[in-house]
Design a protein around this ligand. Structure first.
Ligand code: FPP
Length: 244
C-alpha cells in the first residue's frame, strides 16, 4: 500500500544536549528548547489528520544519566504537562504515557494521571509519550502478563498468536507506526517500539531536535509519501492487492 499520509508517526527526539552544548549552555537548556518542537509536531498532526503520534521522551536507559539531568528532565515533564494539557485538550488530543510509570516520581505520576483523565474522551489525535520506556521492557511485560493468564488457566499457550501478543503491548489499540523519525544524526532504533516498528518506514535526519521545524517534518512526510510499502509481498502481488 502506498499511503500518502501516515496514520501513525513515531519519533526519537534526539540532539537536545548537543544543541545546548554547541551554544555553551547547560544540557537542560536543550531539553527545554525541545518543547516547541513537540508542540509543532502535535499541531501538524492534528492539522493534517494524522491520527497517532508517539514520542520517545525518556528511555529505560536514560535513568543512568547524571542525577541532576534526570531530575531536571522530570521537572520539565511535570511543568510541560501542567502547561500544555489545556491546549492538548482544545486540539482534541488524547494523551497517555507508555512505559514503566511506577518508576516515575509520585508527583509526575499524579500529573500524568490527571492529563490522561482530562483528555481521555478526545478523538482527533492519539498522543503517546514514552517515559521510562524500552522496547524490550514492553515485550517482557507482555510475555509476563500472558504467562500469568496461561498459568491461571484462562488462555492456552497454543492460542497465543501475533494479535494476542500485540494486545498486551503498550501500543495496544493504536495501529503500528507507519513512519519513524529520528533526529540528531544517529541511525539506530535504540530500544524504541521494537515489536511495532517491524514494517515502519525509517527516516533519519542530522537536524538536532530543538531545530526540528515544520519544513523538516514535511521532508519526513514527503519521504514517506514516496515509499512503496510491500509488507513482504512482491511488487506484482502488492499491485494486485491494491487493485482488489
Ligand atoms: C534526547 O536528547 C532527548 C531527551 C532525553 C529528552 C527529550 C524530551 C523533550 C524534548 C521534552 C519533551 C517533553 C514532553 C512532556 C513530551 P539528548 O539529551 O540525548 O541529546 P544528545 O544526544 O545531543 O546528548
Amino acid at each position: 500500500m502506498s499511503a500518502a499520509l501516515p496514520r501513525h508517526v513515531a519519533i526519537i527526539m534526539d540532539g537536545n544536549g548537543r544543541w545546548a552544548e554547541r551554544r555553551g549552555l547547560a544540557r537542560h537548556a536543550g531539553h527545554k528548547e525541545g518543547i516547541p518542537a513537540v508542540r509543532m509536531c502535535v499541531e501538524e498532526c492534528v492539522r493534517r489528520g494524522i491520527k497517532a503520534l508517539t514520542l520517545f521522551a525518556f528511555s529505560s536507559e536514560n535513568w543512568r544519566r547524571p542525577p541532576a539531568e534526570v531530575s531536571n528532565l522530570m521537572t520539565l515533564f511535570v511543568d510541560a504537562l501542567e502547561r500544555e494539557v489545556a491546549d492538548l485538550h482544545r486540539n482534541g488530543v488524547r494523551m497517555r504515557i507508555i512505559g514503566d510509570r511506577h518508576a516515575l516520581s509520585v508527583r509526575l505520576q499524579a500529573r500524568v494521571a490527571e492529563a490522561e483523565r482530562h483528555t481521555a474522551g478526545n478523538t482527533q489525535l492519539d498522543l503517546q509519550i514514552a517515559m521510562s520506556y524500552g522496547g524490550r521492557w514492553d515485550i517482557v511485560q507482555a510475555a509476563r502478563r500472558l504467562a500469568a493468564t496461561v498459568g491461571a488457566g484462562a488462555l492456552r499457550a497454543a492460542d497465543i498468536d501475533e494479535a494476542r501478543f500485540g494486545a498486551e503491548l503498550a501500543l495496544s489499540g493504536v495501529p503500528d507506526p507507519d513512519l519513524f523519525i529520528r533526529t540528531g544524526g544517529e541511525r539506530r532504533i535504540s530500544n524504541f517500539l521494537l515489536w511495532n516498528l517491524a514494517y515502519t518506514e525509517l527516516w533519519f535526519t542530522d537536524t538536532l531536535w530543538p531545530d526540528f521545524d515544520v519544513a523538516a517534518f514535511e521532508a519526513a512526510l514527503a519521504h514517506f509519501a514516496g515509499r512503496d510499502r510491500r509488507y513482504g509481498l512482491t511488487a506484482a502481488q502488492q499491485g494486485e492487492a491494491e487493485s482488489a
